[in-house]
Design a protein around this ligand. Structure first.
Ligand SMILES: [Zn+2]
Length: 641
């Protein structure tokens, strides 16, 4: 989430520069809710209720997250909404970004929380959280009715007036989007019938907001972060089949941001990362519901550019929340404030959409990279999440407090940890795609097919699919053969090895008539490899299969404000300077198999012989309280001696 004071400064600078910055904007071309001709070729996830996590690390983390969600009180979450609507409330308000004085209040309380409990209810049948969501929706409905014009927020509409007047204000539409998205999630995922009309009322209000505002003035207003307004309105249009919401969605499009991407130009330097990824999700959804290929090209180019030129090894991007360098030039950017967690959440959301268009395994490889390295591991044992993901050596993980922070990353974090089941299996027609290796069960009731995925991955280098069906069933099952595996990857059906396996980085399609009890065993050998920091070949990280390995640099700070931040701040106070990167003497052509020893492949424990020290290595997601290093300084032995 962009810092208020910094954003205000940018805004002031823009105003000072005058409106001449904005070229004449032609009216957006008309798009409508036509089913695109290629829609039937797309993949889609199974409904969340069809996939259940089985015991394993993902299920364990989901349950910790559910415990945190359940610790929050609906009356306290509703407090500032009720006060804003003129309904009495004696509940104790939450603090941090939910404090009654914070200009983002309501983003979590009436937004992310709703999305998270809806996801938890759909993926694990959590009735307790569903009831909390229903109570919250009912409280929000009362607030909206009391206000009377469709508007719903935890702050008065004055904040939007400040947007119109060009006065400093944090991000009113950003918060508005979270609430609309939470309501839609409650409607779509849990069937709450009250939630949809509330969201429609909010959509109507946001369309009315722009009436009488010129295109140039609107573009000026859109310079203030507005989250996924575009996406949620497209989603609402698709759900209700009402074209007017699509028209409102298009009011939240910025040619200044989208045009260069449509022309395959990376002009991202200087932009705030998490302000802009949701715009690409909106573009992706616009393509999906209208068939407009320009919007598809924008989303695809953006994703490809970030993946190849702006990502760190953990599968996330940004420094101080921004893209600060030219593409491919991340040298000198390792610090505490790398890789805001929300950005990974949004990039992964975009990856699963883009994957659905052409089943390109690259996007599921990228999804896995982020999932294992910068989502898993960012929640502590009490369900509290990280904001930044420090990548300089010697730092540690810091988390928000239970009731005094409520960052944006708290919000996307509680959603992420409630939806680990959403990308494991996809379908296209009657075909099944196995994308992620997570212990789980797919129960495709309409087809009478159940697939148990039995795996200890990544402790096990592969997975097993066991089919249950009441009758023989002809079907193609596509299994991802990840880009990180080796030519020794192997697939067996009922113990018999297939002669050919797809190349790493693609899907293996297995078509046959499946019988009850058929078993597909997939062996995916992992190996060590090294990846340089973009723009600096002398700085590299080590991976084992999809896992980024981190060096354990010893205990982190004791329990206290360096580990849990009891305020709305996102960085602990009094941070020390980082350590130098641990140094490896390894010339050109010397791979990590020369300086990293595998202690135990199943336990995922390694050792690295660095200059002057030996380091214990483990997957980054297993680093909890330790200080760590992800990147290494690689020096030619001659230079280093
Ligand atoms: Zn965030």
């Amino acid at each position: 989430m962009i810092d208020h004071s910094r954003r205000s400064f940018l805004k002031t600078s823009t105003v000072a520069a005058g409106l001449s910055l904005f070229r004449y904007l032609a009216p957006a071309e008309l798009l409508c809710l036509d089913a695109p001709p290629d829609a039937s070729a797309r993949l889609a996830p199974f409904p969340l209720g069809s996939v259940r996590l089985a015991p394993g690390i993902f299920k364990e983390q989901t349950e910790i997250n559910a415990g945190y969600l359940d610790s929050l009180s609906v009356d306290r979450l509703l407090h500032t909404f009720r006060v804003t609507a003129g309904i009495s409330s004696s509940a104790e308000p939450y603090k941090g970004w939910e404090d009654p004085t914070c200009e983002l209040r309501g983003h979590f309380a009436g937004g992310h929380f709703l999305s998270a409990v809806a996801l938890a209810s759909a993926t694990s049948g959590n009735e307790v959280l569903k009831r909390k969501g229903d109570e919250l929706v009912s409280g929000l409905a009362q607030c909206q009715q009391k206000i009377g014009n469709g508007y719903l927020s935890a702050y008065p509409a004055d904040l939007f007036e400040r947007l119109v007047q060009g006065k400093p204000v944090w991000a009113p539409f950003y918060t508005y989007h979270k609430i609309m998205a939470g309501l839609l999630d409650m409607h779509v995922l849990t069937g709450n019938s009250d939630a949809l009309p509330i969201a429609e009322g909010m959509a109507q209000w946001s369309g009315d907001f722009f009436s009488g505002i010129s295109a140039e003035h609107r573009q000026h207003i859109l310079r203030t972060e507005y989250g996924g307004m575009n996406e949620v309105l497209v989603n609402l249009a698709a759900l209700t089949k009402k074209n007017r919401y699509l028209e409102t969605a298009r009011l939240f499009e910025q040619p200044d941001i989208l045009d260069p991407l449509a022309e395959r130009r990376d002009e991202l330097q200087g932009l705030h990362a998490n302000t802009n990824v949701p715009k690409m999700i909106g573009a992706a959804r616009t393509y999906e519901v209208t068939g407009d290929r320009r919007h598809r090209q924008i989303a695809e180019y953006f994703l490809e550019e970030v993946l190849t030129a702006r990502d760190y090894v953990i599968g996330n991007t940004s420094l101080d929340e921004h893209w600060k360098t030219p593409p491919g030039q991340l040298q000198g950017t390792l610090g505490w404030t790398n890789a805001e967690c929300c950005v990974a959440y949004n990039l992964m959301k975009l990856q699963r959409l883009v994957f659905g268009w052409a089943a390109d395994a690259r996007w599921m490889d990228a999804y896995e990279r982020s999932l294992f390295n910068c989502r898993l591991g960012t929640q502590n044992a009490n369900g509290l999440k990280q904001y930044f993901f420090p990548l300089a050596a010697g730092y540690w993980r810091a988390h928000h407090s239970p009731e005094e922070s409520f960052w944006c990353c708290t919000g996307t974090g509680v959603e992420e940890f409630a939806k680990f089941a959403d990308t494991i299996f996809f379908r296209r027609g009657s075909d099944v795609f196995v994308n992620q290796f997570i212990a789980s069960t797919l129960d495709w009731k309409e087809e009478g097919l159940l697939i148990d995925q039995l795996t200890q991955f990544p402790h096990e280098q592969g997975t097993t699919l066991k089919l249950k069906t009441s009758r023989p069933i002809a079907r193609t099952i596509h299994v991802r053969i990840p880009g990180w595996t080796t030519d020794a990857a192997e697939v067996k059906i009922n113990g018999k090895t297939l002669e050919a396996v797809a190349d790493p980085g693609s899907y293996l399609a297995i078509r046959r008539v499946w019988q009850d009890g058929d078993t597909i065993s997939i062996s995916l050998p992992m190996e060590l490899r090294q990846e340089a920091l973009p723009g600096d070949d002398s700085v590299a990280a080590v991976l084992y299969g999809p896992l980024v390995l981190a060096a354990d640099l010893g205990p982190g700070p004791a329990e206290g404000p360096s580990k849990v931040i009891h305020s709305g701040a996102t960085v602990p106070e009094h941070l020390p300077s980082p350590d130098p990167l641990p140094k490896i003497l390894a010339g050109p052509g010397i791979g990590p198999d020369q300086w990293v020893l595998t202690d135990s492949g199943s336990e995922l424990r390694f050792k690295a012989a660095a200059e002057g020290a030996t380091y214990e290595l483990m997957p980054m997601y297993q680093i909890r309280d330790q200080r760590y290093a992800v990147y290494w300084q690689i020096e030619n032995p001659k230079e280093g001696s």
